[in-house]
Design a protein around this ligand. Structure first.
Ligand code: NAD
Length: 255
């Protein structure tokens, strides 16, 4: 399989569409902000606006969770946080390894947002022997020779790849052979994985290119006699991404 994309039906177990699953983290982020402000209930319109999603779509999404809200009152914020967290599997601890502890890997290791969302950085792995033992974010870097043992000892199922592109496939193969079944790939390359392994990729330069396209279109609109060379409407979604966001959650929200 060239793209590494897992061939899965568009719905997951219990019948929740992938596009809904992809929006759940957006709702969760908005709900967590409300919860932090001790807001007890929220209407579908308010929550939809905070999550950047259409409110009819939100109501449909929540119906898959069995959450319908109360007319005139809205949704119970705390209960929805719990429901969505449970649906996303965030009520359990997910040990994560980061492979490639250069600029990006170190920044990711230092990011506090993983732990607060249930992702514990179990190990940092790098091929450079000069980095072995050096603490990054308080965790000593381990050499790639230890990769298989680290995965098994920590029961890791999620791996983050932040190596140069040329090393990413080999790192991915080793992670998968050791038992990793989900990969977050930051390296600018498409990974090949066997059936049953999920890959998501993050590429900020693709996002910037999409913004550049829209900037160009905006300046084209300002020209009275635009030559029409730029398509008038391209939905700014990450359709580059065989391993990117699924369904109809655009990587860049339409204006
Ligand atoms: N997705 C994004 O938006 C985004 C943003 C920035 C960088 N990147 C990509 O992330 C990757 C890392 O970027 P960086 O700036 O941190 O690079 P870097 O050179 O600072 O770090 C790369 C690290 O990977 C290690 N490494 C190399 N081969 C390895 C292997 N086989 N196994 C384990 N470790 C190995 C190196 O020793 C080094 O420490 C690059 O592929 C870069 O293109 C992606």
């Amino acid at each position: 399989m060239a793209t590494g994309r897992t061939h899965r039906p568009a719905t997951r177990s219990r019948g929740i569409p992938e596009a809904t699953v992809a929006r759940l983290p957006l709702y969760l982020r908005a709900l967590t902000a409300l919860s932090e402000r001790s807001v007890p209930t929220v209407s579908s319109e308010e929550l939809a606006a905070a999550a950047g999603v259409n409110s009819a779509k939100l109501r449909k999404d929540f119906s898959y969770l069995g959450s319908y809200g109360t007319r005139g009152v809205g949704y119970d914020v705390e209960y929805l946080v719990y429901q969505i967290s449970r649906e996303l599997g965030l009520t359990q601890d997910w040990p994560v390894v980061i492979v490639g502890i250069g600029n990006l890997g170190a920044a990711l290791a230092n990011y506090g947002g993983f732990a607060s969302r249930g992702f514990r950085v179990a190990a940092l792995i790098d091929a450079d022997p000069g980095l072995t033992g050096k603490p990054v974010a308080g965790i000593p870097v381990q050499h790639t020779d230890e990769l298989e043992k680290i995965i098994k000892d920590n029961g890791v199922s999620i791996g983050v790849i932040a190596t140069p592109a040329g090393a990413a496939q080999q790192v991915c193969d080793r992670l998968v052979a050791a038992g990793v079944t989900s990969i977050l790939n930051f390296a600018p390359t498409v990974l090949s994985v066997p059936e049953g392994v999920d890959v998501r990729k993050v590429d900020l330069s693709i996002e910037l290119q999409i913004l550049a396209f829209h900037e160009q279109r905006k300046s084209g609109e300002e020209t009275p006699a635009g030559d029409g060379a730029v398509p008038a409407a391209v939905t700014p979604r990450d359709d580059s991404a065989d391993q990117g966001p699924d369904g109809d959650v655009p990587a860049v929200m339409p204006a």
